[in-house]
Design a protein around this ligand. Structure first.
Ligand SMILES: [Zn+2]
Ligand SMILES: [Zn+2]
Length: 242
């Protein structure tokens, strides 16, 4: 049963972003972070490629992670306003550093500037979602839109920061949504039986894709989550002597 619709409460910029993201379907935090990531990388290329402070930060961290280098290539290649010069200026500085490192037999570790900035942005959306669950109608909006489903990691993070009653209600809503998706997925599989003569709904056909996002998130958030998991596994695994 839907929660009673509360007042919208304080409608600040984070509330508006989260409410819009709920309307778009999938994980609202992943959606907000994807938009923030695109804006951040686009602005970096368009406005800050010559900014000594930003260039210094990028070079200090030895560039970007592989995921963000690929995103930069996509954004620069897909926008004639940017083109190749801005990324070339950044990459030239970095490649020089790599050449010098190879000459000195040193090893460069990367601390991605984009990842560290996005982690702060992600945190602000997670904590805003959590605190606004109790003071605005975000939980009502989330519950009312069957296409909106927090990914597993963002659900855990939002829930852990939410006030107790809002956290309890969020868990109920989340489980209902996850079980509904599981039902759709099972229905999609069952309808492949040769004896079935009805139609597969659009929502059922995309259920397995939605399930992947529900488990792992999307975009940078999913990349980061998977990498953090494998890094932990690698750290736990004792190294075998050769
Ligand atoms: Zn997410
Ligand atoms: Zn990165």
């Amino acid at each position: 049963m839907l929660s009673r619709k509360p007042s919208a409460g304080g409608r600040d910029i984070l509330y508006v972003a989260l409410a819009e993201a709920i309307g778009e379907g999938g994980c609202p935090v992943c959606r907000c972070v994807e938009k923030a990531e695109r804006n951040f990388l686009w602005t970096l290329l368009y406005e800050h490629a010559n900014d000594p402070h930003v260039r210094g930060k990028i070079i200090e961290g030895n560039g970007f992670c592989g995921y963000h280098f690929r995103r930069l290539i996509e954004i620069a290649g897909g926008d004639p306003l940017i083109g190749g010069l801005a990324p070339a200026l950044i990459v030239e500085n970095l490649l020089l550093k790599y050449v010098e490192s190879a000459e000195a037999d040193a090893r460069l570790e990367t601390s991605c500037y984009a990842c560290s900035e996005l982690a702060k942005i992600e945190e602000s959306y997670v904590s805003s979602f959590a605190s606004r669950l109790a003071t605005t109608d975000l939980l009502y909006l989330y519950e009312s839109n069957p296409k909106s489903l927090l990914c597993y990691r963002h659900y855990l993070e939002v829930r852990s920061r939410a006030p107790r009653e809002a956290a309890r209600r969020l868990k109920e809503v989340q489980l209902e949504k996850m079980k509904r998706l599981l039902g759709e997925l099972r229905s999609y599989i069952a309808k492949h039986d040769y004896r079935f003569t009805g139609t597969i709904t659009e929502s059922e056909a995309s259920s397995w894709v939605k399930a992947v996002e529900a488990m792992k998130g999307s975009g940078w958030a999913s990349y980061r989550f998977s990498c953090a998991e494998s890094a932990k596994r690698a750290a736990r695994k004792p190294s075998r002597p050769r």
